[in-house]
Design a protein around this ligand. Structure first.
Ligand code: GUN
Length: 282
């Protein structure tokens, strides 16, 4: 079998077009504020992409590019101001932050209703308990891609490789909410291939180049690749050995052109959702 490619570029474009139409027809302008501290090159690229998307969908986009040595109190003060602003509906602090800053404290200073990354304790707790809230963009994008296959998640064996707070754990909870039987694997898991081979849905989020090989994948599985790595030639690639695994899977996400673009699109839909929550809860 040669897998169908889940085209993140096309899916993200459709989501953004639909958002643009919604905000134009309602005459509204959701606002997104992004804070970048320091000179991390990857972060600069990510933040640039977020700004481009926000402008494309017609949002108010405010970028705060702060120097590496910005004191923590200045960032907390900025977040407090943004929390209070009516024209800003979503706030995102790009991670990682420079070493002198407390990521946990700064992230949790964001008003939960504006937490478009879904990283605060409040958002994580809502996800955990199944109450309405903003959901982390990458796992949310992965679920959208799995749903796009048209295959019912209910009752399927889903295996997530990776247990990070921003992808692995929320991904597992979202799959559970869709009634999958979920297994989380990680670096200490014994005989990983025997577990991944049982997966109808396999999500790889470990940050290891081409780690998932064809013999780790069940025939006909849906394979979602969250990895963003460089191979030996410096080429962008995922956690999945795409060329080999696509001969075994029924659906697969490519890297680039897969989950990454959907993550960005989900940030836009979270900003729109945040706008609606703030308007309707007044
Ligand atoms: N750094 C890497 N990915 C992300 C993300 O999704 N959000 C934020 N805020 N920082 C990141």
């Amino acid at each position: 079998m040669s897998a169908k490619i889940l085209d993140g570029k096309a899916m993200a474009a459709a989501i953004k077009t639909a958002l643009r139409e919604k905000i134009d027809s309602q005459g509204i302008k959701p606002g997104l504020a992004v804070i970048l501290v320091g000179e991390n090159q990857a972060s600069k690229v990510y933040v640039g992409g977020k700004e481009k998307d926000a402008l494309e969908v017609g949002f108010l986009s405010e970028m705060f590019r702060l120097p590496e040595n910005t004191p923590q109190d200045d960032i907390l003060k900025l977040v407090k101001e943004l929390n209070a602003r009516k024209d800003i509906n979503g706030i995102l602090v790009q991670l990682p932050l420079p070493k002198h800053l407390n990521e946990e404290l700064i992230t949790n200073s964001i008003e939960p209703m504006k937490d478009v990354d879904g990283f605060t304790y409040n958002s994580a707790g809502r996800l955990f308990t199944g109450s309405k809230g903003l959901v982390a963009c990458t796992p949310k994008g992965c679920i959208e891609m799995i749903k796009a296959t048209g295959i019912d998640i209910k009752g399927k064996n889903a295996v997530v490789i990776g247990r990070s707070n921003i992808v692995g754990k929320p991904m597992a909870i979202l799959l559970l909410a869709e009634h999958a039987t979920v297994t989380i694997c990680h670096s200490r898991t014994k005989d990983l291939p025997s577990i991944t081979r049982q997966a109808d849905i396999l999500v790889a989020a470990i940050g290891k180049t081409k780690f998932v090989k064809a013999d780790m994948v069940k025939e006909g599985a849906i394979v979602v690749d969250v990895g963003m790595n460089r191979d030996e030639n410096g080429k962008l690639c995922g956690d999945v050995d795409f060329e080999a695994v696509k001969e075994k899977a029924s659906y697969i996400t490519p890297v680039p052109g897969g989950v990454g673009l959907m993550t960005r699109a989900m940030l836009m839909s979270n900003t729109y959702e945040a706008f609606l929550m703030q308007r309707d809860n007044k």
